[in-house]
Design a protein around this ligand. Sequence first.
Ligand code: FAD
Length: 403
Amino acid sequence: MKHVIVVGAGQAGASCVARLRAKGFDGQITLIGEEPFPPYQRPPLSKAYLLGEMERDRLYLRPESFYAEQGITLKLGAPVTAIDPAAQTLRVGDDVLRYDDLVLTTGSTPRRLPAAIGGDLDGVMVVRGLHDVDAMAARFAKGARVLIVGGGYIGLEAAAVAAKLGLKVTLVEMADRILQRVAAPETSDFFRKVHRDHGVDLREGVGLDHLTGTEGHVTGAVLSDGSTVQVDFVLVGVGIAPNTQLAEAAGLTIDNGIATDANGRTSDPHIWAAGDCASFPWQGQQMRLESVGNAIDQAECVADNILGNARAYDAKPWFWSDQYEVKLQIAGLNAGYDRIVTRRGDGDVVSHWYFAGDRLLAIDAMNDPRAYMVGKRLIEMGKSPDPEAIRDTGTDLKALLKA
Ligand code: FAD
């Protein structure tokens, strides 16, 4: 009987095994994860779960019983330590398992601050897994002082939760503006204002020089402009690195992640990769996306290819972020944009549309699900509306889909 092993029991891993069964694969499936939990969703870790408004069980993508019912062997708390591509085997604990097809969905690891600047002090934390959030929950007490390093989505979401819970929040972003890597200045401006209105001390163009501590615990920070802040704990949100070590040690090609072809196959014919750890061909380079939508779609594409239903991965990027009462929804990729068209509704309803010449590339919609939905569909259809029609709030956006 054919055996598919999936390494990494997260969003992509869970999607891959579910798709294999849903599409009629009747061979053996093993899903192996190093964390002790069944596959769970990470987005709430910096949102509702961190805020204490979501039960742990609701994080799980499926009840644990699903895997047994589907005849999927779930091995948890079990890091895979080596792959032998020639023998088509892998090592997990003392066991050596043989596979016909292997899928790597090992995710990513947050970058940490170097120990030389105090990154190893107690109270300096990252938000990646359930363990991280459970360990920091008690620190989110009213009046506590937190320094957030990094003004990307995770740092900003954590800042929103902390401010909502009554903590004293300082956020530093080394770049000129928050969200610089991912969004237009207009979107940065929107979120800067929202955070400042909620009392966050948000400083841009200011990095962390080093942390200071007493008896191993972090107590303060010296910033790049020479100023100092007193802190009770620090959250670091300075990006992630794909988990490629296992693949690299097995001799697979690494290029901005575990390199795959359009079908999700790595440089070894029996090994596939999907999710945060994997890169795929896109406009002449290897692209890697860090999002739930990508993890699901890419993993399902790999499952289809394993089943012999050959198809190329057609990325349709989408993302979201919740901060305070603001819901941001993003569709498309804004790389290469040369202008922004803004559509303003009432109050905090606004959307920014990214164009390269006349071509619509992406949309950031704040509190505007309709604009998001229409923008996403237009991008997927390869349609580019007249920018004036977008700007004009009298335009019925849905009509643009038919134009
Ligand atoms: P993961 O879900 O991280 O799963 C990988 C799993 O592989 C992990 O459990 C890991 O322990 C395991 N693993 C690694 N190496 C081994 C090994 N050797 N052996 C066994 N197991 C191994 N995306 C959005 O689209 N919207 C959001 O709002 C959003 N918010 C986020 C908030 C937070 C706090 C975080 C951390 C991420 C957020 N993301 C969001 C990103 C999204 O969660 C990831 O892109 C997605 O989880 C990637 O799925 P994955 O399966 O590739 O990786």
